[in-house]
Structure formats: structure tokens, C-alpha cells
Design a protein. Sequence first.
Length: 117
Amino acid sequence: MLAYTRYVLDAGMRGDLLALKVALAPCVIGYAEIATRLASRPDAHAATNPYRVWIAEYAGSPYQEVAAKSAGRTWKISPISTPRPAREAELIVIFKEATRLEADFWEMGWRADQRVE
């Protein structure tokens, strides 16, 4: 998670608000998507599920609205409605790297029980 957090902070410090929003998008949108999928499982809200509070928070309407607004507003921050090709390429690189780092974060949790110590 530290690598992703550093990447987001660096993207914001190096770039502008749009670069920061693009770097945050995999997290903001990803949490909404993952929580929605987990919430549809039969045991998602069971008292024995240690993730039930997390699932309820991120699958709930308030966070889902935040994620939807974030996704919809990202391009509206841009001073031009369609970025120039060089700027668009830069934003794609940011998004791809942020997505890779976010996926690595989830993979780390997924594989936690498989560690060999």
C-alpha cells in the first residue's frame, strides 16, 4: 500500500489536480466495485464476516455516490474537454501505474495466507 500511496502523492505533487484525480481513480472506483460485488454474496453481512463493516461502508449509497461523482468529474477538472494527445498519454500512464499498484495491494491481501515464513 505504501508504494501506491507514494505514487498518488507524487502524481499530485508533480502534476496538477487532474493528475491527482487520475491517480486516485483506481482506489476510489475500485473500492466501490469490489464492495458492490462482495455485498451481493450471501454471507456478506453475516455477523461472523470480519469484513462486513467494510463491505457495508463501501457498498452503501453514500460511498457509491462519491465514487460515481469522482468518476464523472475527473475529466471535468481538465481546462479543456478533450486533452491534447501528449496530455492524454501522460494521464493514461498515470492511470495504468496507479491501477497496477492498487491491484498489487489487493493481491497482497489475497495472498497473505499463502506466505512462507
